[in-house]
Structure formats: C-alpha cells, structure tokens
Design a protein. Sequence first.
Length: 271
Amino acid sequence: MSALERPVEAITDRSPPATVVTLFAFARADDMVRAPPLEREGLLLHRAGQVAAVAGLVPAEDYCGAAAAEHLADAAWLAPRVRQHAELVSWTMTWSAVFPVPFGTLYSSLDGLSAFVHGHEATIMRFLEMTAGKQEWELQAKASLADPGVLDELARDAWPGWQELPKGTRYMRICRDRAKLHELGRAKALEMARGAVGTIQALTTDMHEARRGRDSGGNELVARWALLVPTENIQTLQARTHALNGCAPNQLLNLSLSGPWPPFSFRPDLR
C-alpha cells in the first residue's frame, strides 16, 4: 500500500491493521547474513530477492489517524524514534552498503514491503553496488564576514584610497556599507570555494552542490557540497582540505569536512 517516503499521515485506512511496518534502510542481503540478530523487540531483517530490508513492526495507532499529527508535533515522542532510525541506518552501514530511507517510511504489511522491493530491486541493487566501499562526506565553505580584519581587507580591495583614510572614517564607512561588503565577501568566498573544490574533485566518484544556509557560529555558510568518496581517499581528502584552509588569505574562507554520513544525497528517488 505504501511507497517509499509516503507521509505517515497518508495511511488512513478505515480499519487499519494492529501493526504497520516502518522501514529504516535497504542493504545487500548477501552481506547482511554476517550481521548479528536484531535483538530489540519488533525489529527484523526482511529479505526480498537480493535486498535485505532493515525494518520494524510498530503499532498502527502511533501513525494512523488524528494521533499521528499529535505525535509528530511532540518532541518527546519523536526524538527517541528518530534517534533509533539513525542508529539502525548506521548499524546497517557497518555490514553492507546502505540505501537509507527517511524517517516515517511505512508499509501496511511485510507483503507490501516485499512487493515494493521487487518492483525496484534492480535500482536498489545498482545503488548499493555503486556506493560499496564509498562514504558520503559533506564539505562546507564558510565566510568569516564578522571578522574586522576580513572586512578591512574587503574594503581595501573595493574602495580605492582606503588605506589613506583616517581610521575613524574607515570605521564609519564599514558600519554604513557593511551590507555591500558582506555581498562582496560572499561572492569572493564562493569563488574561492569553487576553485578549491576543483582541486579535490578527482578524489570523489560523485559530488554535487547542496542548498546553502547559515552557520550558528556567526560565519555565513556560502556553499555546501555532498561528496561520494572511496574509503581509500578519505585521508588524502582530509589532508588536502586542511592544506586549502592554510592558503585562504585573511581567513575569509574556511572549509570543513564532516562525515561519514549515510549516502542520502546520492540515492535515487523510488517513488
């Protein structure tokens, strides 16, 4: 009945079953025979062809009807379930390449899950083969636009005769035109970041730029990349990123790596 990423609110049968199946991840069935049994009650490995589904049986009333909306708005109810989901995806990664699925992916029965897997088995297996022996890492490029030295350097590049102005005048103009300097800084940091990414692309098998945002530490996140990296290249990637940070003038640009993550950024859409 359900499809991958179907919202939990979508299961609205008039007479729902006592339990529904919640899915955590897909893996290669031949790899998962080495994994220890899932000891928590309700958890199981469900094989469908070449694919093993890491799944669980949960009360239908938790996700069906009016109670579902209340649960999803309740952090105390939601947090341990989201944490368990992340833990099981990570556990799967220790035994096999993993096809992670979002929290709240539900099926009305194991038969429904099997039918879905059989309909997408070739796509799932291609992805698992593609990501075997690789890890997803995130590269963030941040601009330190609150740093007074960075702002002074940007002003010197933007405004002729900057150095000859009295210190007080320079301070007042930075205060007045801070937004313009931030705009220039973002553009410069992004250009530098894209140049840096070009020097590490050969260490990846796939990469793409992700949505931008803001960093809570006061630095502006000007770009993010998802990288799919063979495990033998990870140390070289880390070393090269560290070296690129050392080349950034006046600390305008800071590059940081985080990972490894489940390869959410590269999985195909099975809907």
